[in-house]
Design a protein around this ligand. Structure first.
Ligand code: ATP
Length: 452
């Protein structure tokens, strides 16, 4: 069955239900910048927590780091970003728009949108020039005398420049990793497609330091592990693929790269890149800083510069993929039901507690149930409006279970538990419900969209 999701539907649902809003809206907005509302924060936090869990909790060879956004400007000289982190830019003198010279085929002409830039008779494109994507700012009170610095365009370099610190304190030997989640900034020439490409976004990156001879083996390992992470969180296998880079596509630091791609409503696009960075970064920083950045094995007396395998993911892009994969519509009793079939671990709210009536002791019991549930999992209490409307609201934010309190609940201390996907309702005792649902959140899960 054809997928019903479109980017427009996602943007509209995200706004309607308070996940993601265009930023600075009351001032007319700033292009391609978004703010996350309550459910969006919960969802993206769950995505990041799932990543941390895979990196830290489920293994013991990776440690966490949170480095600064503003770093010494020499970091970006050493990493190659000052010289190489550029996109080719062309201006149109006629429509005054800017385009990426290497993506003219995908861009609509600013004057005649059915054509591409350069195809309409009025188009007057400049020569392509290289445009550095780093945001520059000044540290110090007076702009003229202050030092020019950059907002980090990736979190990775913060890891490399802390290699020595971590090595001293983490008591790890290669193979070991350092993981970081945080904001990165890129002055993208053509941002767009909702939160797929923005100028400010969050990355989830891990640098895995290995003995040089083992680099290829670990590259294969991490490529498979990262693909599996998305599958375990419910992404449909036919919407996920690995795409190895062609030799002419590789970045200056990489000898092997594979992208995990997702079939977004805009087509197959990169979700995450896994790169074999060799010893490029540690050698560069050693040369530029004068520090020794290598590993010395006390037992074998061997000294070497580790090679690095890097899985680099985007938290916002992953959130968009999970939203797109979860979005569904179905006919129920003559009405269209919109539902987010999110993995329970990712769902912003795990359970909603809904008293049928606002009297007869139901709100009181519902509050008691709510208090018990929220001690274990993210829960929400809602007593406003018809039960049908409240269910629809929970379906649209992807809440896997609704607990309804009715007159029988008050006398028998049982509730109805409604399943978001099957719509089945079962009568269950209040006692033990919190523990039961906490277990269900952690259980393995497969999207019912696979069966459609
Ligand atoms: P692209 O080719 O899409 O520009 P990239 O190859 O430059 O991405 P990396 O530098 O490998 O991206 O960054 C790792 C991840 O960070 C990407 O796979 C993506 O998920 C995320 N990312 C990169 N740029 C952006 C952006 N402008 N907005 C949102 N997420 C981004």
């Amino acid at each position: 069955m054809a997928d019903v999701v479109t980017m427009e539907k996602l943007v509209s649902l995200a706004k309607r239900r308070g996940f993601i809003f265009p930023s600075s809206e009351i001032y007319g907005g700033v292009g391609s910048t978004y703010d996350y509302g309550h459910y969006g924060v919960l969802l993206k936090t769950n995505v990041k927590n799932a990543w941390w869990r895979a990196m830290l909790q489920e293994r013991d060879d990776i440690v966490a780091l949170d480095s600064a956004i503003i770093q010494h400007p020499r970091v970006w000289e050493a990493s190659g970003h000052l010289a190489n982190f550029t996109d080719p830019l062309v201006d149109c003198r006629f429509c005054k728009q800017r385009f990426r010279a290497d993506q003219l085929e995908q861009a609509p002409c600013g004057h005649a949108p059915s054509k591409h830039p350069g195809q309409a008779p009025q188009c007057d494109l400049t020569q392509a020039r290289e445009f550095n994507l780093m945001f520059e700012t000044t540290v110090g009170p007076v702009k003229e005398s202050g030092a020019a610095v950059y907002l980090r365009p990736e979190t990775a370099q913060g890891i490399f420049i802390n290699f020595k610190n971590v090595l001293q304190f983490a008591r790890k030997k290669p193979p070991f990793g350092i993981a970081q989640v945080g904001k990165s900034f890129r002055n993208e020439i053509t941002p767009g497609n909702f939160i797929f490409r923005t100028r400010e976004f969050e990355q989830m990156e891990m640098e895995y330091f290995v003995p040089p001879a083992d680099a290829s083996k670990w590259f294969e390992y991490w490529t498979a592990a990262r693909r599996d992470w998305y599958l375990e969180l419910g992404i449909r296998p036919d919407h996920l693929r690995l795409r190895p880079h062609e030799p002419d596509e590789l970045s200056h630091y990489s000898s092997q790269t594979s992208d995990v791609e997702y079939l977004f409503p805009i087509g197959w696009s990169e979700l995450e890149g896994i790169a074999n960075r060799g010893d490029f970064d540690l050698r560069q920083h050693a040369q530029y800083s004068g520090e020794t950045l290598e590993y010395f094995d006390q037992q074998t007396k061997e000294r070497f510069v580790p090679h690095v395998i890097e899985p680099a993911a985007g938290a916002d892009r992953a959130t968009l993929a999970f939203l797109a994969d979860a979005y569904d519509e179905e006919e129920v009793e003559g009405e269209t039901r919109t539902v987010l079939r999110l993995h329970p671990r990712l769902a912003p709210i795990k359970v909603a507690v809904l008293p049928l009536l606002r009297k007869d002791g139901q709100p009181e019991l519902a509050t008691e149930v709510y208090d018990a549930l929220r001690g274990a999992i993210q829960a929400e209490y809602d007593e406003g409006g018809s039960i049908g409307r409240r269910y629809r609201r929970q379906d649209e934010i992807g809440t896997p279970w609704c607990v309804t309190i009715d007159h029988e609940s008050v006398s028998a201390r049982t509730v109805t538990l409604r399943d978001r996907d099957t719509l089945a309702q079962e009568r269950v005792p209040i006692e033990g419900l919190a523990d039961e649902l906490a277990l269900r959140v952690l259980a393995s899960w497969q999207t019912p969209k696979l069966e459609l």
